[in-house]
Design a protein around this ligand. Structure first.
Ligand SMILES: Nc1nc2c(ncn2[C@@H]2O[C@H](COP(=O)(O)OP(=O)(O)O)[C@@H](O)[C@H]2O)c(=O)[nH]1
Ligand SMILES: [Mg+2]
Length: 322
């Protein structure tokens, strides 16, 4: 654990040199959301902003890990260093799915310029999305570009992760029934590229058609977003996906849209931290359970209670000696 400034210096040297051990230690630190983690982010942040960050999301088993692995190889072949964070909290207790991913991604692990790591925690206090975002920053600061983030697109946390990356790939497969139903609300809207993976299966054309008509119904320019057919397990369609992602990057950069997105992501991050700070301050300022019991017996309504607690927070922070 990096406790002192010189520990942090050493850790940062290792991260900048892309030493596997330092990268792993740094990510573990960020997962725990400790004060040391905040200090590390302080060191990392000035070095970020170079990597194009790509989120890949979709239902479990749709082939995201296989696709990410193919993409990583493709980027690697053109001389890029690729960072991968796999976020799969769907099995937080056994770690089985994570282990599976690790094993299948292992062939990448021998390549010094592809770094892959599973984020297994929701973060002690920070939550999944902030911890993942910090992890992406670490890989960015270490010189990986692009950084790929895989999440299972099922929960709000995963949608929140996708709201922190530059570009979003939504993966679906034929035969899910209504393709759109299977895609978590909130993800459709922010997707830049759609992938219909397992195109070796029956029903792929129908899946593409259904997706296409759903996008047309959205009437917000969604219909122009590309739909790519892939067979990730045979590395088919990966080059086309890669071309769409490269084009996406160019378009975003040239229109100033990348900067706008990143500004909004920063806003979300800071507002999120502010919310947490205020909640923690409230918990420190009052005995929240005792206050809640009063409200639960209908003696005080929730609005009045929240106002009163907030006033106490302001009071306690302004009277604190510095
Ligand atoms: N038939 C077929 N199987 C695939 C394809 N892509 C991935 N798979 C298989 O689908 C399973 C789940 O893949 P995985 O990448 O772990 O999915 P994830 O849960 O979305 O990360 C694995 O057994 C893969 O080998 C594909 O294009 N066609
Ligand atoms: Mg996976």
């Amino acid at each position: 654990v990096a406790r002192t400034e010189s520990d942090l210096d050493r850790l940062m040297d290792g991260i900048r040199a892309r030493e596997w051990r330092a990268l792993g230690r740094g990510l573990s630190l960020l997962e725990d959301s400790t004060p040391e983690a905040a200090a590390l982010v302080g060191r990392i942040f000035p070095l970020t902003g170079n990597a194009f960050t790509i989120g890949v999301t979709g239902p479990p088993g749709s082939g995201k890990s296989t696709l990410v692995r193919g993409l990583a190889r493709s980027y690697r072949a053109s001389g890029r260093r690729v960072g991968i964070l796999a976020v799969d909290p769907s099995s937080p207790y056994t770690g089985g799915a994570l282990l599976g991913d690790r094993v299948r991604m292992q062939d990448l692990a021998t390549d010094r310029d592809i770094f892959i790591r599973s984020m297994a925690t929701r973060g002690a206090m920070g939550g999944l999305a902030p911890a993942t975002r910090d992890g992406v920053d670490l890989l960015d600061a270490a010189g990986f570009d692009p950084v790929l983030v895989e999440t299972v697109g099922v929960g709000q946390d995963e949608v929140d992760v996708m709201r922190t990356v530059d570009a979003v790939v939504v993966v679906t497969v034929p035969g899910l029934g209504d393709e759109i139903q299977a895609i978590k609300a909130g993800i459709m809207e922010i997707a830049d590229v759609f992938v219909v993976n397992k195109a070796d299966r029956a029903g792929v054309e129908r899946a593409v058609r259904d997706l296409h008509s759903a996008l047309e119904m959205a009437e917000d320019g969604s219909a122009r977003r590309p739909i790519v057919k892939t067979v990730a397990s045979r590395e088919e369609g990966i080059d086309e996906l890669r071309q769409h992602l490269d084009a996406c990057r160019v378009v975003l950069e040239s229109r100033g849209e990348l900067e706008r997105r990143r500004f909004e992501h920063l806003r979300l991050r800071v507002e999120d931290l502010l919310e947490r700070r205020i909640l923690l301050a409230a918990r420190a300022a009052v005995d929240l359970d005792a206050e809640l019991r009063a409200a639960s017996s209908r003696r005080e309504d929730p609005y009045t209670l929240a106002d009163r607690i907030f006033a106490r927070v302001i009071e306690s922070t302004s009277s604190k000696p510095r």
